[in-house]
Design a protein around this ligand. Structure first.
Ligand SMILES: [Zn+2]
Length: 583
């Protein structure tokens, strides 16, 4: 394992890595360092929830780079109850409501899915995204753990100490409203997102689960799934500590049963007990959680007391992470009910860029992932950072974030051999509508000295830009090059206007490259004003340039703006430019 660079020791990831290593050596000397994330496959997994994984991933990766063995557990909370039917998911209709209350792994997958059940269907998309992002982890299915009896001892222990658990929970019950009492660990994002996202978020299995039944027989932190209808609408009516005999009835179907918890595997601890139980069981040293945990009575706060008082364990280091928003995801691309998922982001941006968004911001800073025009500026910033890294002018914290973005302890992630500017690629595919031959011609003319010889050199970034144009840019914002000259506009031009077009047309052949055409389009208004080509811009000159550009856009694409003019001219081609400019 490579030692980390000194420059990477100043960022938030390194500071957490220091703390986590120290804490792990104190709690479990010589053992692998354990960090954890939890995801509920209750529907499409929201892009916002990727922070639940990326925060421990980046810390784990730094610890691996330092030569330690790390386990990053991702707990798939697939034994949580199915809470509601998420809206807009293809292959799912209201008939899925009949499964509410069953474990997520007992609910049928959406129609047409190749996966055996609901949870597996939604896990698969997330797993593919995590692979592409270079996230190394141990996935743990809670269905598997519970149904093989992995937590038997812990369940019996929790039942035995149910009065202690009840007492901890009771410290918070009276202080807050009952609706908030069952709040899960998932980040509370509802206030800032649209309705579709809200529905997906509310669908998180852990969120909203109650903290145990408190019927006439007392409090029990364990809930069986019904032996007849599989739902968790059960009430424990009695429990005997010595024999572990448990009686329950189902309020849904009326079924009743007597089981022995010492051999019964169809039920689970309630969320606020389940989470701290697993901290102790796995020896978790680091597990961040969403912002709603800062409140008293949240599952992280309550869990901290339960793990100590009941399971004789220690709470992990658990920073709260802030909201990650999405800007401008087009409705038209909402193939999964309008919920942006990590897979959606990876369609329009390369994995290193997405990693960078998480690496460069401290977990307590919120940020947005751009699906709108902002993605072009973001890519400019990323390319500028790469240049600073290459020439050594980069600041150390920025260098650290860059290094964490482009690879992991296991090696570098795939990158684009010729990373042409994303906004240029987007403009070109916008104009060529993805026509490969035309795209290659234009891209090789960008820099005639060092032409692109194959589109593969520009991939995968080119493909991401193309996906962005086709899935996120609305039809009215797409660029459509005119087929015929605008005779009316051409006829209305004064002598100065006609001369500007003549100068441009005369210079096309000798300036046919991205740099050359840039000089030409800015130079024409200078010549007209009697200025030298390298003249400093004055307000008058800037105004003249703006109106010249607007004229060109109107004549080429019938709008006042468009892709950057040099790119547009290259894309349109010299002959067609001449034709549209009336030459
Ligand atoms: Zn039942």
């Amino acid at each position: 394992m490579a030692q980390s660079q000194s420059s990477t020791e100043t960022d938030w990831v390194s500071r957490f890595a220091d703390d986590v290593i120290a804490e792990s050596e104190r709690r479990a000397p010589g053992k692998p360092v354990v960090v954890a994330s939890g995801l509920s496959p209750s529907g499409p997994i929201h892009l916002g929830n990727l922070r639940e994984v990326m925060t421990p991933h980046l810390v784990a990766d730094e610890i691996r780079r330092r030569g330690y063995t790390v386990r990053h557990l991702i707990s798939w909370d697939d034994y949580d109850r199915y809470r509601k039917v998420p809206g807009g998911v293809p292959g799912v209709d209201e008939s899925w409501a009949e499964h509410i209350g069953k474990p997520l792994t007992s609910v049928p997958a959406p129609a047409g899915s190749t996966y055996p059940n609901w949870a597996e269907h939604f896990k698969a998309a997330m797993t593919a995204a995590l692979d592409e992002l270079g996230v190394e982890y141990d996935g743990i299915s809670q269905t598997e753990q519970y149904t093989v009896g992995a937590y038997r001892e812990q369940i019996l222990h929790a039942m035995k100490h149910r009065a202690d658990i009840d007492a901890v929970l009771d410290r918070y019950r009276t202080k807050k409203d009952p609706a908030a009492a069952g709040k899960g660990k998932k980040p509370q994002q509802q206030k800032k997102v649209d309705e579709a996202e809200l529905e997906a978020e509310a669908g998180s299995g852990a969120a909203g689960e109650d903290d145990g039944s408190g019927g006439s027989a007392g409090y029990f932190p364990y809930k069986p799934y019904c032996g007849n209808c599989e739902k968790d609408l059960t009430t424990v009516t009695s429990y005997d500590d010595d024999s572990t005999e448990l009686n329950y009835t189902c309020t849904s179907c009326g079924f009743a049963e007597t089981v022995r918890l010492s051999e019964f595997n169809r039920g689970k601890l309630v969320w606020k007990v389940d989470w701290p139980m697993r901290w102790a069981y796995e020896g978790v040293i680091f597990e961040p959680s969403g912002v709603d945990h800062s409140s008293p009575g949240s599952s992280f706060v309550v869990g901290g007391q339960i793990v100590r008082e009941v399971f004789d364990g220690v709470q992990p280091i658990g920073p709260m992470y802030a909201f990650v928003g999405i800007s401008g995801m087009a409705k038209m691309s909402s193939s999964k009910g309008g919920v942006p998922t990590p897979a959606d982001a990876l369609k329009i941006m390369e994995a290193p860029l997405l990693r960078w968004l998480y690496a460069r911001r401290k977990p307590n800073q919120s940020f947005k992932i751009a699906f709108d025009q902002e993605i072009q500026r973001l890519y400019d910033e990323w390319d500028s950072l790469a240049r600073k890294v290459a020439d050594g002018s980069v600041l150390s914290a920025d260098a650290a974030a860059y290094a964490r973005a482009i690879g992991t302890a296991a090696g570098e992630l795939p990158r684009t051999p010729r990373p042409l500017p994303y906004r240029t690629l987007a403009s070109v595919v916008d104009i060529t509508a993805g026509h490969d031959e035309q795209t290659l011609r234009i891209l090789s003319e960008l820099d005639p000295e060092n032409p692109l010889t194959s589109l593969d050199e520009a991939r995968p970034r080119l493909d991401r830009a193309e996906n962005w144009i086709t899935s996120q840019v609305p039809a009215e914002a797409r660029t459509i090059v005119r087929g015929e000259p605008d005779k009316e506009l051409l006829g209305s031009l004064d002598e100065q206007g006609r001369q500007s077009l003549r100068l441009l047309v005369e210079g096309l052949d000798s300036h046919w490259s991205l740099d050359g055409l840039t000089t030409l389009v800015y130079g024409v208004p200078k010549i007209l004003a009697g200025l030298e080509p390298d003249a400093k811009p004055t307000p008058e000159l800037k105004a003249a340039q703006r109106s010249f550009f607007a004229l060109l856009y109107r004549l080429l694409v019938s709008r006042d703006t468009g892709p950057r003019l040099p790119t547009l001219l290259l894309a349109v081609g010299a002959d067609r430019v001449r034709m549209l400019l009336g030459a």
